[in-house]
Design a protein around this ligand. Structure first.
Ligand SMILES: [Fe+2]
Length: 378
């Protein structure tokens, strides 16, 4: 962004973590059914935690709280560190500092995890594909997150990747998208930029939402994913899965925020909706970050099924002025937090969205039946 207690009884049994430790082991490019899973879990449920926006210069007590929630997997959803770098030495130094955040690194040693980046760890505030150090940033990201020397994340146009988890005999696909490497420049409203300081003061006094300064760009050349990533994503959505978790570093469903989100690229957002429909890719839910507050959004997609987007932000960063998100389904929680997806395979199955604060208090909880995440019969 521009600058249950979750303790449950009985830890789900971790049958296998990927070779090479607890970090990334991407799906093989073979057919989905034969691809080696990143995790294989027993038990009737699956707990996926996620979070974003952790400044390495700040204390990070939230990792102990997340560990106490005993997630099967944690998704680092971007702004995992704040590089904010315009030269190579600074970018490298920020990763050194990241490695010195012991609470975070201890959590990583003990919990299976996956990562994607957002603007601040990709490079700098709100930057996209024109960031001048993006190739170096790609290598530093891959080094930090344990990518093999021959990992495609090191050489392709972005660090997007797909993973599969086997949980109670079900297949969960996790799609970690790269919304930075190929993103074309944002379009800003200069009037909103110029009046920003006074708008912030008014919003603080009134307690009313405040729009950010970015506006939607309907130019057919405007890109968020880039064609290579779109082709890859189409292949992934054609693969079978009992649940798909789409990791998007910025909000997908939210509308009218004025800050970074898919709504700034309406053609790209509609393209993903159309791709889900084309492949009849059901049971997709979205997790996002970036906003420095947490909320749940829901997009009742015409000719589709509702797309839920649970936003958790930040692990350390907090912004207490909400935007006018027309698809908001919850309160806004401006305090350090993390998100949880609790998937229950029993019966028809459900996914529970929740937000938990740094003290372990549940702030939001919404259960959604998996049957509601399906296309109408044709
Ligand atoms: Fe961000």
């Amino acid at each position: 962004m521009a600058n249950k207690n979750p303790l449950d009884s009985g830890r789900r049994r971790l049958l296998m973590a990927a070779a090479g430790g607890l970090a990334a082991a991407p799906m093989a490019r073979a057919a989905a059914g034969s691809a080696k899973p990143f995790l294989q879990l027993g038990g009737p449920s699956l707990r996926v935690a996620f979070g974003s926006c952790a400044k390495q210069s700040k204390p990070q007590p939230i990792w102990a709280t997340i560990a106490a929630a005993r997630p099967d997997l944690f998704l680092f959803m971007g702004d995992n560190l704040y590089a904010d770098a315009r030269d190579a030495a600074t970018l490298r130094q920020r990763y050194v500092e990241f490695g010195q955040v012991e609470a975070l690194q201890a959590f990583r040693r003990n919990t299976p995890h996956l990562a994607i980046w957002d603007d601040h760890d990709f490079g700098d505030d709100d930057v996209g594909g024109d960031y001048e150090l993006k190739q170096l940033s790609q290598q530093l990201f891959c080094d930090e997150w344990g990518e093999r020397p021959d990992s495609p994340r090191r050489t392709r146009s972005g660090v997007y990747e797909a993973y599969r988890i086997e949980s109670a005999g079900r297949s969960v696909q996790i799609l970690m998208l790269d919304l930075r490497f190929n993103r074309t420049p944002l379009v800003a409203d200069p009037k909103l930029q110029q009046g920003y300081r006074s708008m912030v003061m008014q919003a603080k006094l009134s307690g009313k939402p405040m729009i950010g300064w970015y506006v939607p760009n309907s130019d057919p050349r405007a890109s968020l994913l880039g064609e290579e990533q779109w082709a890859w994503l189409a292949e992934r959505l054609a693969e079978p899965a009992d649940l798909r978790i789409i990791g998007s570093s910025v909000q997908f469903a939210a509308d009218g925020t004025g800050w970074e989100c898919w709504a700034n690229f309406p053609r790209e957002r509609e393209r993903l909706v159309a791709l889900l429909a084309k492949h009849r890719a059901e049971h997709a839910v979205i997790v996002s970050g970036d906003m420095h507050y947490a909320e749940l959004s829901k997009w009742p997609v015409p000719a589709g099924y509702p797309l839920w987007d649970l936003t958790s932000s930040g692990l350390t960063e907090v912004w207490d002025i909400p935007t006018p998100n027309s698809r908001r389904e919850s309160q806004v929680f401006a305090e350090p937090n993390f998100g949880l997806l609790d998937i229950d395979w029993r019966g028809a199955g459900s996914v529970n969205f929740s937000i938990v604060n740094v003290e372990g208090r549940e702030r939001l909880s919404q259960r959604v039946a998996l049957d509601s995440l399906r296309f109408a019969a044709t």
